[in-house]
Design a protein around this ligand. Structure first.
Ligand SMILES: [Zn+2]
Length: 272
């Protein structure tokens, strides 16, 4: 005997009555989707920040309405009283704003100093291989452009030929209340040795002559005799003031034949 069936009230897919009874009339995917949305997005009747907290947000230039969903998520996640969870969120945003205001001018000053020490490289000074690498850096930066979020600084790390392709004027991209700063890996390492890390950093690097000892997974089968291997690696490291560091990275194998490059293989993904 076959079990009674019905239709998902959201997408119309045919489902067992038993499933519908258990999941509010929805199929499993729609039910998961609804749960996810309920967790992420504040319902209309959510009151949001009480007046005195809303006022504190406005004081640091934030519009409380823009943080409604975040407030909702915090409140649900927190075992503390709802108002305490919101208070903590406001404190976090205040810290972030203070951090940004304190550190961004210093980082900009440092980037300007780096620029004086190591000016941009002009197109005409690049050899063929460097031009090809420059296009790869630009492509990677496009594909993985750091999203600007308020009061955050992302450091974008790449060699000077990559940075030169991004900007002709400044190492700093001053966005509205957030910033991207372009540094070479050496400059960034130096910055990190003196100052605390920014909220997130991104890197792009091409290794012209990858040593298989350093990359146990590296297979060079796809590279022919008249080509050389380029290892293109890109990643981002988030270091939110509130929690653990997260790392995301990709590696790609490219082949250079002296005139042009071709993508050979993806090597790794998600190293977190
Ligand atoms: Zn459905």
């Amino acid at each position: 005997m076959s079990e009674p069936k019905t239709k998902c009230s959201e997408c119309g897919r045919s489902i067992l009555q038993r499933t519908a009874d258990k999941r509010n009339g929805l199929c499993a995917p729609c039910h998961n989707d609804a749960e996810f949305r309920a967790e992420m997005f504040a319902p209309d009747n959510f009151l949001g920040f009480p007046g005195h907290l809303a006022e504190r947000l406005r004081k640091i230039g934030l519009e409380p309405h823009d943080y409604r969903d975040w407030a909702w998520q915090e409140q649900q996640r927190s075992s503390a009283v709802a108002s305490e969870a919101l208070e903590r969120l406001v404190e976090h945003l205040e810290d972030r704003a203070a951090n940004y205001r304190e550190w961004f001018p210093k980082l900009r000053e440092y980037a300007d100093e780096c620029q004086r020490q190591q000016p941009f490289v002009h197109d005409w000074a690049l050899d063929c291989a460097q031009s090809a690498q420059q296009s790869i850096y630009l492509e990677k930066l496009d594909a993985q452009a750091p999203a600007a979020s308020t009061h955050s600084i992302a450091v974008c790390c790449m060699p000077i030929i990559g940075i030169s392709a991004v900007s002709e004027k400044s190492r700093t991209l001053d966005l509205e209340d957030s910033a991207l700063v372009f540094l070479t890996p050496e400059e960034f390492a130096h910055w990190n040795s003196i100052y605390p890390r920014p909220e997130s950093d991104y890197w792009w690097n091409i290794d012209n002559d990858p040593d298989p000892n350093n990359y146990p997974d590296l297979q060079l089968d796809g590279i022919s005799e008249n080509e050389s291997a380029w290892l293109v690696d890109a990643g981002v490291c988030w270091n939110p003031a509130s929690g653990a560091t997260e790392l995301w990275a990709t590696g790609e194998l490219w082949a250079w034949n002296g005139q042009s490059v071709r993508h050979v293989a993806e090597l790794w993904r998600d190293m977190s």
